[in-house]
Design a protein around this ligand. Structure first.
Ligand SMILES: Nc1nc2c(ncn2[C@@H]2O[C@H](COP(=O)(O)OP(=O)(O)OP(=O)(O)O)[C@@H](O)[C@H]2O)c(=O)[nH]1
Ligand SMILES: [Mg+2]
Length: 708
């Protein structure tokens, strides 16, 4: 069977932004205008539980009015198939943006026209840079009081470092916002009402100045600058094509189709970032945004294929997006719901048919593809095959997890996976009813499998089950979803910080394990050096034994010992990270040496060396941004200092002020209560993990006391 639709007519895009910028609201409009949906539901009208937007269908999403998991929908626009993933903006759910961006070809970055660039916009922008995802900016909420296009564009250029290409200029702001100039098409669009079915009038650029007299100079200035901005856009965009640019400079002429081609080229290479504006809530600019998606964002593979890597993650090739190549796909999401287990994949090459057997290259296991479905938010539709460029889900896969590569068994290849964020906070979890211990562990295991930014651990001292995650909301929502989706009720302890430990200095150590008890004894000796490495570099083990002084078969036992013993450091029992363990030399005995003996020696050597190194305690440091009225600034800054924080930046954000800085997570619990009382409920804050840093020596004991 041939392809139903040419690859060039596909767009796989993500909608990404800071929390509350209007991603879900925009997605809802897209579904309406593309004829997929007849009724628009507003995010803030779903708390009663009676209705839900298409993409925020989880009970927890409706109640809180925020997106928690990314949801895919598809729509048809002017003959193009647009697959959209609506992602969450809350920092606790970054993993959803991360894994979506890994498999998408382009993104629309949504901005709140009042707030401009916000912390999570920056994080998501950096992720999109990492995965090399072309994007366009959509400045939403132009209808809100205080909407400021200039402030937003400035942020896009300065804080995101984007080469912004202004394609739109707003007509008015707040309740005067009626439309925008389209500098590419050379005309303006004016809506006659806020209704979802309102029509817009198209007028030539030269008629615009006479049409408006806005309340603010700022809005009038934009209108006055339209001719200059149009000229700027033309020069800026046509510079993508030398011939077109020269012709334009000499004659002032250009071909409109070529202009679009130039913008497309610049957007796909990342050299240009088209900037649009609108108000999704008031139904203005959404169709124009869809046109821009089709015009400027790439079809699958247009921006290059996916990297093929070896088992160490080193890039060794590229897989182009093509049907006539071996089947290769990347699993990016696993969910458990009423359909059973759904494994979402992005197919990069080949054709995968129902009934095929694929190889999970990551785990070296065969998987049969029983059913293939196209998923539309809460609904799924069976299909017979999936092709290069498609995003779909396989039903009831057994072994495959997020980040795994699936491939035709004859031509296996590992595809570059996504990186998962480190969880920084943990809670002890217990079943509500004692009898539910087993049910709870199965349910927790399922939740963790579906969300790679969660981790499950057992506290070796207390025997408690610990769930680690990205933030308090993340853990709360996980426990709540376990109740609604898997029917298991659990209680959560107080959230705790995930501390870590490190070597304080380089230490060399010899450890001899010797035991003589009656018959055969135990003997193993290891000589090792432990070297601290820089933050985030992980753990390395190198075998430098020469001359068979430790027989080959015993070396893995030493490595295993280090990898497991490092889970409990000598400061306070936290995981030891970022070091190199070099096994230099050792001794063995023909009869008495064994794998076990070397494992015991390795463990003891690690413990002694770590203790002797002057070990350090590390704590997560959060990047925070507080926004509030200027009058509370002094109180907020003083408080950050008391929490061992440091201010990195402060300034004006619309009518409010913002303060950015770095504060240890252990000082941030309950911060919301402080902020509410200090600012009479008007202040807001955001925080996200930034890095681990040493706990000052004098504080270790005090912090550990607080933890206990
Ligand atoms: N005034 C105005 N409000 C808007 C606009 N777009 C969205 N909103 C409102 O902003 C709030 C948040 O909108 P959402 O669409 O949920 O935002 P989101 O980006 O999906 O948020 P998260 O998924 O939680 O990150 C809702 O109350 C929307 O009605 C707009 O263009 N103008
Ligand atoms: Mg949302």
């Amino acid at each position: 069977m041939a392809r139903k639709k040419e690859l060039k007519l596909y767009r796989n895009i993500g909608i990404i932004a800071h929390i509350d910028a209007g991603k879900t609201t925009t997605t809802e409009r897209v579904l309406y205008y593309t004829g997929k949906k007849h009724q628009i539901i507003e995010v803030h009208d779903t708390k009663d539980g009676k209705s839900s937007t298409t993409t925020d269908y989880l009970e927890q999403e409706r109640q809180r009015g925020i997106t928690i998991q990314s949801a895919a929908v598809s729509a048809e626009w002017k003959g193009y198939q647009i697959n959209i993933i609506d992602t969450p903006g809350h920092v606790d759910f970054t993993i959803e943006v991360n894994r979506s961006l890994r498999v998408l070809d382009g993104a629309v970055v949504v901005f709140d026209g009042v707030a401009g660039v916000e912390p999570q916009t920056e994080t998501n922008w950096r992720l999109a840079n990492q995965y090399n995802v072309p994007r366009l900016c959509y400045v939403n909420k132009m209808d809100r009081i205080g909407a400021n296009f200039a402030h937003c564009v400035k942020g896009i250029k300065e804080r995101l470092g984007a080469n912004a290409l202004l394609c739109h200029v707003p007509f008015g702001s707040s309740d005067e916002f009626v439309g925008m100039a389209d500098l590419v098409a050379g005309c303006g669009y004016i809506w006659d009402s806020d209704d979802k079915d309102a029509e817009w009038e198209t007028i030539p650029l030269d008629q615009i100045p006479g049409r408006f007299k806005f309340a603010t100079t700022r809005d009038n200035d934009w209108i006055a600058r339209i001719p200059e901005l149009r000229q700027e856009l033309l020069e800026h965009a046509l510079a993508q094509d030398e011939d077109a640019f020269l012709e334009f400079v000499e004659s002032g002429k250009f071909d409109p189709a070529q202009l679009k081609q130039c913008i497309r080229k610049g957007a796909i290479s990342g050299a240009l970032v088209p900037v649009l504006c609108g108000s999704s809530f008031k139904h203005k600019g959404v169709q124009q945004m869809l046109d821009a998606v089709v015009d400027y964002l790439p079809y699958p593979g247009e921006n290059g294929g996916i990297s093929i890597v070896d088992s160490n993650g080193t890039v060794i090739g590229t897989q182009e997006v093509r049907d006539d190549a071996p089947a290769r796909a990347l699993a990016f999401k696993v969910i458990n719901d009423q359909f059973g287990t759904l494994t979402f994949v992005r197919v990069y090459s080949g054709v995968i048919k129902k009934g095929d057997t694929l190889l999970n290259v990551t785990r070296d296991r065969k998987e049969r593809i029983g059913r293939i479905v196209e998923v539309h938010a809460a609904d799924a539709e069976d299909v017979d095959e999936a092709r290069a460029g498609d995003i779909c889900a396989f039903v009831s896969m057994k072994e495959t997890e997020t980040g795994d590569s699936l491939s035709s068994p004859e031509k296996p290849a590992l595809l570059e996976r996504m990186r998962f964020p480190d969880p920084v906070i943990s809670v002890a979890v217990e079943p509500k009813a004692r009898a539910d211990v087993d049910k709870l562990s199965t349910a927790l295991y399922k939740m963790v499998k579906a969300d790679p930014s969660l981790r499950l651990e057992v506290d070796q001292e207390t025997g408690q089950t610990l769930l680690r995650g990205m933030g308090e909301l993340h853990l709360e929502v996980t426990i709540d979803r376990m109740r609604t989706e898997l029917g298991v009720e659990a209680t959560m302890g107080r959230p705790r910080v995930s501390f870590r430990e490190a070597f304080g200095s380089t230490v060399e150590r010899v450890y001899t394990h010797k035991k003589q008890s009656g018959g055969s004894g135990q003997f193993a000796e290891v000589k090792m050096i432990f070297e601290p490495l820089g933050g985030g570099s992980g753990i390395e083990f190198s075998d430098e034994v020469v001359g068979g002084r430790i027989p080959r078969e015993f070396i893995p036992a030493v490595e295993k010992a280090i990898m497991s013993e490092c889970k409990r450091g000598q400061v306070a029992g936290y995981e030891v990270v970022d070091f190199r363990a070099r096994l230099l030399d050792g001794k063995y005995h023909d009869v008495d040496s064994s794998t076990l003996a070397f494992e015991i020696a390795g463990r003891a050597c690690f413990r002694e060396a770590h203790k002797a190194s002057g070990p350090k305690l590390l704590e997560p440091i959060m990047r925070i941004e507080v926004v509030s009225e200027a009058e509370y600034l002094g109180g907020i800054i003083g408080d950050i200092a008391r929490r061992r924080g440091q201010i990195s930046d402060q300034g004006q954000k619309g009518p409010q002020v913002y303060v950015q800085g770095f504060v240890p997570l252990s000082e941030m619990f309950g911060y919301i209560n402080f902020l509410r009382s200090t600012t009479s409920g008007r202040g807001t804050f955001q925080m996200e993990f930034d890095h681990y840093a040493d706990v000052p020596a004098g504080l270790v004991e005090k912090l550990m006391e607080k933890e206990a």
